[in-house]
Ligand binder design. Structure first.
Ligand code: BTN
Length: 241
């Protein structure tokens, strides 16, 4: 497998998509020291200062129905939480679907982008950002964002973490491609998910609902029980937690 390293890019996802369009093979990883226009979910900016974090994108060409691609985001979350927990004293958790949380603040997120035609995936780009050694956060995100260094009081070797994340990702990905769903990864996911058995507020079609998350389905949806006792299955595309 190939890893392409840039010093500075606009966004590794953007570069990965360009390379994918030009025929880059399955499994190639794009890594950058700095992103000038790192992209977050919901059109947000992902601050990616030089040499401080892990900004990487994985090009995948899975033989999968496009409706299943969003599960790759949960797999990325699993890979990151696993790797972080091997090296930290504080426990990291996944906030469904894929934010990684330490001490109630976000250290990592995943942005998955796909190109498909009819029922066939052309490529998927899984972009993972981890705040590793950043110590200065802008005022507007200080309350909600953190880094491994901030929480652990020491700096981390990024290469070691990258290796761990890619190895775990590959392991979970291979299992996922056998099952074509998360059936063998549900337990693993739920064990690391901060929402399970907790009260969650979800915004569904602009309407707030309060209830308890009880786990995920093999398709990666959140199982949610409303106060009325009625169970709902929530899709990450339509809900914010
Ligand atoms: C989120 O909003 O939680 C997703 C953040 C994803 C950031 C990563 S950094 C590497 C890759 N390239 C990007 O432009 N974004 C993703």
């Amino acid at each position: 497998k190939e890893i392409i390293v840039y010093n500075q890019v606009d966004s590794t996802n953007k570069q990965a998509k360009k390379l994918a369009i030009d025929g880059e093979k399955h499994g190639t990883v794009i890594l950058a020291e700095e992103q000038l226009e790192g992209k977050g979910r919901r059109g947000r900016l992902w601050k990616s200062p030089p040499n401080k974090g892990i900004w990487l994108s994985i090009i995948l060409r899975p033989d999968l129905h496009p409706s299943k691609a969003s599960m790759l985001t949960l797999i990325a979350g699993l890979a990151v939480v696993h790797t972080i927990n091997r090296y930290t004293k504080n426990q990291a958790f996944i906030k469904w679907p894929n934010d990684i949380i330490i001490n109630e603040k976000k250290v990592s997120g995943t942005l998955t982008e796909m190109s498909s035609e009819l029922d066939v995936i052309n490529y998927v780009v899984v972009g993972i950002g981890v705040n590793v050694n950043t110590t200065d956060f802008d005022d507007e995100i200080k309350e909600i964002a953190t880094s491994l260094a901030n929480e652990e009081g020491k700096s981390f070797e990024r290469a070691l973490l990258v290796k761990g994340i890619l190895e775990s990702f590959e392991k979970f990905y291979d299992q996922f491609m056998v099952d074509k769903d998360l059936s063998h990864l549900i337990n693993e996911y739920e064990d690391n998910c901060i929402n399970v058995d907790k009260t969650v507020r979800v915004i569904l079609d602009g309407q707030e609902k309060i209830g308890k998350a009880i786990g995920i389905t093999k398709m990666g949806e959140l199982r949610f029980v409303q106060a009325s006792g009625e169970e709902m299955i929530l899709n990450s595309g339509e809900v914010s937690v």
